[in-house]
Ligand binder design. Structure first.
Ligand code: MRU
Length: 339
């Protein structure tokens, strides 16, 4: 199934619980808004485009759960729901974008039933468009890959981070579909290991050759000429920087040092046209993510921890941004991406 979808029979949100991968592939059902918010917060559903769909479906879910009988009351309920959803994770712009897009579509509704219908229609449109957009990103990005390339990637910007196909891994998938032989080096992506748990699993399912390394091995792999290109996804792209999983900035510096192209693949919905590096709130996560691995203690229980979930890569370190509208080479104007 898709990473996230709507269950028509029970009017609930279905999603693959990514915290269980690769050990177990389990689809869970979120029947309440609080269970969906918990799923977002604990990264059962994660990755910027998947969060966009989660935001949209979250508003549809709230519309179905609301007992309001009139327009003012249901709109009030949905605004409260929107705030609760957006507050779960602050960095990926897509989450708020998905919520806002569905709320904005409701201006066409004239009764409570219409609100439910339109909310679900719009949320589904976000999910369907995401797949289409990722295929376009893949088509544009595949032109940058040559037969025989080895691509280093960080975190998971694949189908599990989207509704399907993927952004960074979508580019790899499209190139492979065109008959190019592409290998991937997946960085494990401490502390939550989206690279080792999800990226490797996803690529192995598709029989795309993948080698796992620790994050600290990336520089040496580049120096050994084991990497031709770096492709990562993005949680937010401002005029001056790309926000992505912590560790991305380090890879960009290493790629620059080794003259390896560093590409970012992301939908236009990940662009933050008003933001800049200093204006973005970076999510700080639970210190125990570093002190423990599951129940295994890795550090003194009370050691001080710094655990930002994301970092910012300055645009100077980015060779191109691959979007559904084409490939853009910095410095570019955000306006030209929109056209
Ligand atoms: O904390 P996560 O797992 O949600 O972080 C995800 C990433 O950083 C991805 O690289 C990004 O969302 C791009 S997904 C296509």
């Amino acid at each position: 199934m898709r990473t996230i979808d709507w269950n028509e029979e029970s009017n609930s949100v279905m999603l693959v619980d990514q915290t269980l991968l690769p050990k177990e592939y389990r689809v869970i059902e979120c029947k309440t808004l609080s269970s969906l918010c918990e799923a977002i917060k604990s990264l059962r559903v994660r990755g910027a485009p998947a969060l966009g769909a989660a935001g949209g479906f979250g508003i549809a879910l709230a519309a179905y759960l609301s007992s309001a009988k009139d327009m003012d009351s249901i709109m009030r309920d949905l605004k409260v729901a929107g705030k609760a959803i957006v507050s779960t994770r602050p960095t990926a712009v897509n989450l708020g974008w998905g919520v806002k897009r569905v709320l904005n579509a409701l201006s066409d509704a004239y009764d409570v039933a219409g609100v439910r219908d339109i909310a679900l229609y719009e949320a589904r449109a976000i999910a369907d468009e995401d797949v289409y957009i990722n295929k376009l990103i893949g088509k544009h990005g595949a032109k940058l890959l040559e037969d025989g390339d080895t691509v280093l990637t960080h975190c998971n910007a694949g189908k599990m981070a989207c509704v399907d196909w993927g952004t960074a891994l979508g580019v790899v998938r499209s190139a492979v579909e065109q008959g190019k032989e592409i290998k991937v080096i997946a960085c494990e992506t401490r502390p939550l290991n989206q690279g080792s748990r999800i990226t490797t699993w996803e690529l192995m399912q598709d029989k795309i050759p993948v080698t796992l390394i620790t994050d600290s091995m990336a520089g040496w792999a580049m120096r050994q000429e084991l990497v031709n290109k770096v492709i990562v996804g993005a949680d937010r792209i401002t005029q001056d920087a790309v926000f992505n999983k912590i560790g991305t900035y380090t890879h960009s510096v290493l790629a620059r040092e080794h003259e390896i192209p560093f590409y970012v693949a992301a939908p236009v919905s990940s662009f933050d046209f008003k933001g800049w590096e200093g204006s973005v709130k970076i999510e700080q996560r639970d210190p125990d993510e570093l002190r423990f691995f599951g129940s295994e203690q890795l550090a003194p229980e009370d050691v001080e921890v710094y655990n930002p979930a994301f970092d910012a890569t300055p645009m100077e370190n980015v060779n191109a941004v691959i979007t559904e509208k084409g490939v853009f080479y910095p410095p570019f104007l955000l306006d030209e991406v929109l056209v």
